[in-house]
Ligand binder design. Structure first.
Ligand code: FAD
Length: 406
């Protein structure tokens, strides 16, 4: 009889973990509090370290042409649009073994759900909110609520993939602080690309840097729409417990914030009719990341500031790493402890580098001029090489073996 894993949360991390562990022979139940029907969020950059795993799990073919491979990340000066540098990505597959992709979050979610639907050993219970667990002699019993109705689920293992405000994390670490709230918020919008000037419609991810702020925009869905993310200082609604996916932003506020930026950025901002605010937060891995038959993955374990675009990518890496250690019939607590030990250093490095990248992006005055000079002096080849550890890295540090699931 195959063992049973319960995963709390059917986000990118939970769905990928379900696919990776089902390949190992586990039967999986995913508990998801939402209906999973709404297209949530906006664009997502899927770096090669994550796309390699999605390809191995047969998710990439289902994403198909909804994903776009940009030719470069184009870094520009916010004030006047001057090019600071370029990170070429056209050779991503040759250099890092997998493509760099841009996709709508809803398209990735659909591709993951379609792949999951084709695996008989995975079951999703939607509108089931995890409420708590009890450790048993072997395995766990989980309580989940659908409205007022309560149900119990027994499993060999519980994985908390329930995002930044994880209840599983809270249960494992009652004294752990709430997410460390960054001083920045992300404003996100989607616009029809045919409303933009040609300069803003290139098949690349464009990064505009300015004092205390930056803007990223890139094409999605074959270039028909453009995703815009603007990050700058502002009140952080997460403390008030707001619905972090649905907080609307006043277009006049963002227009005023970028009023002294290049005219193309002002035009880009003016094109967007609807802005949503996404508060930024990060959290170090908790003191108790796994205990007995329970462990955390993705944002539940380590929300990462988005300056390296790695939050979902690291959740995907967690999923692959779990499948390396967790096999049906294994000593589950020992396997989960090995998973945590194998992931900690890479996660801490990604969090550190993301923080550092944010500081570099938002420099002003002389330090900003020095940063621009340094990027120019670096040149494309050395710039690309700086990302080898990340894009060419594997979830548990060595061997590409741990990406293979069959
Ligand atoms: C502005 C911004 C831009 C970003 N851009 C990128 C990018 O380009 N590339 C990238 O890799 N990452 C990016 N990220 C990070 C990325 O969005 C997250 O790291 C990623 O979504 C985390 O996935 P997850 O599955 O761990 O958590 P989530 O996506 O938060 O999923 C958690 C799931 O658990 C469910 N859930 C929660 N509580 C319960 C409960 N009690 N019971 C049942 N279900 C529950 C939720 O409904 C949800 O479905 C960005 C983040 C920000 C803020």
């Amino acid at each position: 009889m195959s063992g049973h894993v319960l995963i709390d949360g059917a986000g990118v991390g939970g769905l990928t973990a379900a696919l990776a562990l089902a390949r190992m022979g586990w039967s999986i139940t995913l508990l998801e509090r939402s209906q999973l029907k709404k297209e949530v969020g906006a664009g997502l950059q899927i770096s090669p370290n994550a796309s390699a795993i999605l390809r191995d799990l047969d998710v990439l073919p289902r994403l198909g042409t909804a994903a776009l491979a940009p030719r470069a990340i184009h870094i520009r000066r916010g004030r006047d649009g001057a090019t600071i540098g370029r990170l070429p990505l056209a050779n991503a597959e040759r250099r890092w073994g997998a493509p760099y992709l841009l996709a709508h979050r809803g398209d990735l979610q659909s591709a993951l759900l379609d792949t999951v639907a084709a695996v008989p050993s995975i079951r999703i219970e939607t509108e089931r909110a995890f409420a708590g667990f009890a450790a048993m002699e072997r395995g766990v019993t989980v309580t989940a609520l659908r409205g007022a109705e309560s149900a119990s689920f027994a499993a060999d293992c519980l994985l908390g993939a329930d995002g930044m405000r994880s209840l599983v994390r809270e249960r494992l670490n009652p004294a752990d602080a709430t997410p460390r709230v960054a001083r920045h918020v992300a404003w996100r919008a989607l616009v029809k690309s045919d409303r933009l000037a040609l300069d803003l419609r290139q098949p690349e991810s464009t990064l505009w840097l300015g004092a205390g702020a930056h803007i990223v925009h890139y094409p999605l869905r074959g270039g028909r729409i453009t995703n815009i993310v603007a990050i700058f200082g502002g009140t952080n609604a997460i403390e008030a417990g707001a619905d972090i996916w649905a907080e609307p932003g006043d277009p006049r506020r963002i227009a005023a914030r970028f009023a002294d930026w290049d005219r193309r950025i002002r035009a880009l901002i003016a094109t967007a009719e609807e802005w949503r605010i996404w508060p930024l937060a990060e959290r170090s891995p908790p003191p108790i990341w796994s205990a007995g038959c329970v462990a955390l993955l993705g944002d539940a374990a380590h929300p990462i500031l988005p300056f390296l675009a790695q939050g979902a990518a690291q959740a995907i890496e967690d999923a692959a790493a779990l499948a390396t250690f967790l096999k049906p019939g294994c000593d589950v607590p020992a396997a989960l402890a090995k998973f945590v030990a194998a992931r900690r250093a890479r996660i801490e490095r990604v969090q550190r580098e993301s923080r550092r990248q944010g500081l570099l992006y938002h420099l002003s005055g002389v330090p900003a001029a020095c940063r621009d000079l340094a990027i120019r002096a670096l040149g494309e080849e050395r710039m690309v090489a700086r990302y080898d550890w990340l894009y060419g890295g594997t979830p548990i540090g060595n061997a590409s073996k741990n990406r293979r699931f069959s």
